[in-house]
Design a binder for this molecule. Structure first.
Ligand code: DGY
Length: 410
């Protein structure tokens, strides 16, 4: 293993410009004589991801720079020979990049993320390139951050912390930093998939909240868990909890004291929280977003928070990351964190491992796993003990990739 500057695939008249672009980035290479070449566009967490790629005899060219890579830099990194890429949700994996990857002999791209709205999956499929993601390791971690943001926003933690540090605390007052009590209130979940369900159960069970959810599918398991918890609470003489599925987003927004967004971003959900819908919400509601920034019209949100100081917001994601809409940063009723909902060591190690295993698996010609339980990969005692499969390929069906059959490991 050694550090060096990448110089692969530079052949055209843009040679000088490309050299200059690449020179600004710091790269390192592992296993330089590996049979397959894989580009990893960022530093990752843990060692398993690297061992996974090396076990598949990959030469690994990893960018060590934290700067978000441009399309031109990604094209350069792909160069004229590249079998696979482990990339990031901050990169625009579109027709142009998949064409470049295909021409370089590429077979697979994996996001180090469960979301893949930065990837044009149809373009990848057209070029015969498998697209991987990393579900199954973010669920609890992301739900816990949504819980943290709910409390931080509702109980004004950031404002109160700044107040203390500024030396403004002169003694207890009955009127100071009044926030929102969640006990017995109504929790609204938009998108009741894995993360939304864990968040709902944590809040509903912990704070005895009634749940209203909006999702295109009925979540029977979530409903059963809430109802069974409700019966237990009733037997114990405590406040019962209930759950119902809203027919419309509007119905949910009108009913809920807390609204948390856990839906995917696509054309139908972009700006689903807009000016009109914000006006339907309770004036002292809490809105949390650990999904994707563009689910909310951020300018409309700034305006709404200015007009309604008791309306509180916790945001992990932003419409135009890394920027925030003008005015957002100075609103005291908004808590903001830099897209860190999945940032625990276990989860980020797992995400890195799964992304590498997607790439290694497809390069080796393994079948795809595509089962909800990926612990066989992330908790395997060694790379050799992992299933011989690509854990999660979103276009596996479209590409006609074989499925892993050995279900006994689950
Ligand atoms: C994802 O995986 O999609 C998250 O946004 C990263 O935390």
């Amino acid at each position: 293993m050694h550090n060096h500057q990448l110089s692969i695939g530079v052949s055209s008249c843009g040679l000088q410009l490309r050299r200059t672009l690449m020179a600004r980035l710091q790269w390192r290479t592992f296993n330089s004589n590996g049979r397959h070449r894989v580009v990893v566009t960022k530093p990752l967490v843990g060692e398993n991801w690297l061992e996974t790629l090396l076990a598949a005899d990959c030469r690994v060219d990893q960018c060590l720079s934290e700067r978000i890579l441009s399309r031109a830099e990604l094209r350069d990194a792909i160069g004229s020979r590249c079998d696979g890429v482990v990339g990031q949700l901050t990169e625009p994996w579109d027709e142009e990049l998949f064409r470049a990857l295909k021409s370089a002999g590429g077979k697979v791209y994996s996001n180090v993320a469960v979301g893949f709205d930065n990837v044009d999956v149809s373009a990848a499929t057209r070029h015969g390139i498998a697209v991987g993601n990393t579900p199954g390791v973010l669920t609890e971690t992301t739900a816990e951050m949504a819980v943290a943001l709910t409390f931080a926003a509702g109980r004004r933690l950031v404002e109160a912390d700044a107040f203390m540090r500024a030396g403004k605390y002169k003694g207890w007052l009955p009127t100071m930093f009044l926030g929102k009590l969640f006990y017995g209130k109504t929790l609204g979940i938009i998108g009741a998939g894995r993360i939304g369900s864990v968040y709902a159960l944590t809040m509903a069970r912990g704070c005895h909240m009634d749940v209203v959810y909006y999702d295109q599918f009925q979540n029977e398991q979530l409903e059963r868990k809430v109802r069974e918890t409700g019966s237990l609470y009733q037997q114990l003489g405590e406040r019962c909890i209930s759950i119902r599925r809203a027919e419309t987003v509007e119905e949910l927004l009108e009913a809920a004291d807390v609204v948390s967004l856990h839906t995917v971003l696509d054309a139908s959900t972009r700006h689903m929280i807009n000016n009109e819908r914000l006006r339907l919400m309770k004036k002292d509601a809490v809105l949390v977003n650990c999904g994707r920034g563009p689910l909310i019209d951020e300018r409309a949100l700034v305006q709404h928070c200015r007009e309604h100081p008791d309306f509180r917001v916790g945001l992990d994601v932003f419409e135009n990351e890394p920027q925030m809409a003008p005015g957002l940063a100075s609103l005291p009723n908004v808590v903001v964190v830099p897209h860190i909902a999945s940032a625990t060591v276990w989860t980020r190690t797992g995400m890195s491992t799964l992304a590498a295993a997607n790439v290694a698996g497809i390069i080796r010609g393994d079948p795809v796993w595509n089962q909800p339980d990926v612990l066989a990969f992330v908790d395997a005692p060694s790379v050799a003990a992992m299933p011989r499969a690509a854990p999660s390929i979103v276009n596996a069906k479209e590409l006609g990739l074989p499925q892993y059959k050995q279900m006994s490991r689950l």
